[in-house]
Every structure is written in C-alpha cells, then in structure tokens.
Write a protein that binds this ligand. Structure first.
Ligand code: ADP
Ligand code: UDP
Length: 241
C-alpha cells in the first residue's frame, strides 16, 4: 500500500481522521477513549479501538458482498483503516428491533419489548445541540440530504438490519438497535463511519447479557471483556481486548 497519512483533519470522540497522499482516500484511527451522554461521561476502554476497527471492517466487508456500498478500502493495522473520503450526511440513522435506551424513556416502554416491525429514526448530527431527533421534512427543509438520497439511505439501513440480524443470530447475539452514518463519494451514497459495540446494542441470546457500550454507560463492569467477546464471536480471534 503506497498511500500514506498526511495531515490529521479531524479528531472526534472515538476516532481520528487523516488525509492521505490520495485525495479520494482517508485513514481512520480508532482510539480507546469512550464517551457517553453527549460527552458528559468520559473514560477509557482498553483495547476498544482494536475491537471496533476489526469488528467494523469485518461487517463492512460482509455488507459489501450483500450489495451495500461502504467506505471500506483496506485494513492497515489493528487500529487503522483506509477508507474512501466521503462528505458525511449530517444525519444519524438509528434502526431499532427491540426497545432500549432513549426509545424506552420516550415512549414509556420496558427495555426488551420486541417491536412489531423495525423502526428508523433520524437525528441531526450536531454535538452542540445533543443530536436532536428530526424527520424527513426537517432533513429536506434544512437541505441535509435530498429526497432521493434519503430513499437510498433508508433502503440501505433496512438492508443492513436484515443482514446483521440474521448473521448475529447465528453467533448467539441479538441485534437490539444500532446507529449508521452515510456519506457521499463520487455522487453516490455509501455507508461510512463504523458498526461496532460502540454504535450497536448487542445482547447475548442465551443469557440476555449486554455485550456493548451500555456496560460503560451504565457502569455494569466487564466492559473490556464484552468488547473482546464480540470480536471473538465475529472473527474467531483476538478476544484479549
Ligand atoms: P464523533 O465525530 O461523533 O466524535 P468519531 O470520533 O467516530 O465521532 O469521529 C469520526 C468522524 O469521522 C465522524 O465525525 C464521522 O462522521 C467521520 N467519518 C466517518 N467515516 C468517514 C469517511 N469515510 N470520510 C470522512 N469522514 C468520515
Ligand atoms: N447511538 C450511537 N451514537 C449516538 C446515539 C446513539 O451510536 O450518538 C446508538 C446507540 O449505541 C444505540 C442506538 O444508537 O445502539 C440507539 O441509541 P439511543 O437512541 O437509545 O440512545 P442512548 O440510549 O445511547 O442515549
């Protein structure tokens, strides 16, 4: 691989993003830093960056085969991945199969209640505002994405949900909910950012045990072990995180 990192263009809560010698490509570097509640809770999860990098790349490679275009190009190391540099659509796409987290609070439903069909929610990606929930008319009115782009995004989000739900079921993991981000590369919509225990709720099918960032958010303990367990089940190795 002849592409090299040049300047750091962004440091977020969980990753750094670098420009490269190829203007169409970027390198993302996954950190162990963990935040929750819009940055109010901060900490470190040892080995998280490695788990999220490997898990996300593994899932993106599978999703590409399922016909969902992604930003993934090549895993460079334990923590670093070469991706297509995209213009991020500033909309977080949340897909839910089972009630948890903010939906439980908002609708007064018990966590664990199965939804009759998948729910899609959109949030405006804006940390200063705390990522408020919006709908398609806000997205159109603010010019965040076109109607056609949102149609594509919703179709891909449901395709990701269908594939991941079945794939994870085979590994004894229930997919409760997750967050996706999409971007524009060469005028087309691609899945970007990450899919990992930071951005999904994973419950062990047999025990109901949480294997995701809720262990950090809710001080449930064994956070590193849960991340390691997800990596081990998905890729069969490296569960030492
Ligand atoms: P946050 O910005 O929420 O703190 P991260 O720490 O994960 O999140 O930072 C990574 C940033 O990189 C996010 O803002 C994300 O939207 C952005 N990003 C993800 N994939 C790409 C990509 N392929 N090209 C450009 N930016 C990306
Ligand atoms: N999520 C995320 N980033 C966010 C908000 C949510 O990755 O900024 C994920 C979260 O991990 C969960 C799903 O989206 O898998 C739904 O989160 P919810 O709305 O319940 O919010 P939370 O309980 O995290 O406040």
């Amino acid at each position: 691989m002849t592409v090299r990192k040049t300047a750091q263009i962004y440091e977020g809560k969980a990753k750094k993003v670098y420009d490269t010698t190829d203007p169409a490509l970027a390198i993302v570097s996954y950190k162990d830093d963990a935040t929750a509640f819009n940055g109010l809770k901060r900490g470190t999860i040892a080995g998280k960056g490695v788990v999220n990098n490997r898990v996300s790349n593994h899932l993106f490679r599978l999703l590409e085969k399922e016909g969902v275009p992604t930003h993934y190009v090549e895993e460079l190391s334990d923590r670093e991945t070469l991706v297509k540099k995209v213009q991020i659509v500033p909309v977080e796409v949340i897909v839910r199969n089972i009630v948890a987290g903010s939906l439980a609070k908002r609708l007064g439903l018990a966590e664990g209640t199965r939804l009759r069909s998948a729910v899609i929610e959109y949030c405006y990606k804006n940390d200063d505002l705390g990522d408020p929930m919006i709908n398609e008319t806000h997205i159109a009115a603010l010019g965040l994405a076109t109607h056609d782009e949102m149609e594509t995004i919703a179709r891909y989000a449901l395709a990701v949900n269908r594939f991941l739900t079945g794939y994870l079921e085979g590994l004894g993991i229930e997919l409760i909910d997750f967050k996706l981000e999409f971007g524009r590369a060469d005028g087309r919509i691609v899945l970007a950012d990450e899919i990992s225990p930071d951005t999904c709720r994973f419950w062990d099918t047999a025990s109901g045990e949480k294997l995701d960032k809720d262990r950090f958010r809710r001080d449930l303990g064994h956070v590193e072990e849960a991340y390691g367990e997800i990596l081990r089940r998905l890729t069969g190795g490296g569960g030492e995180a």
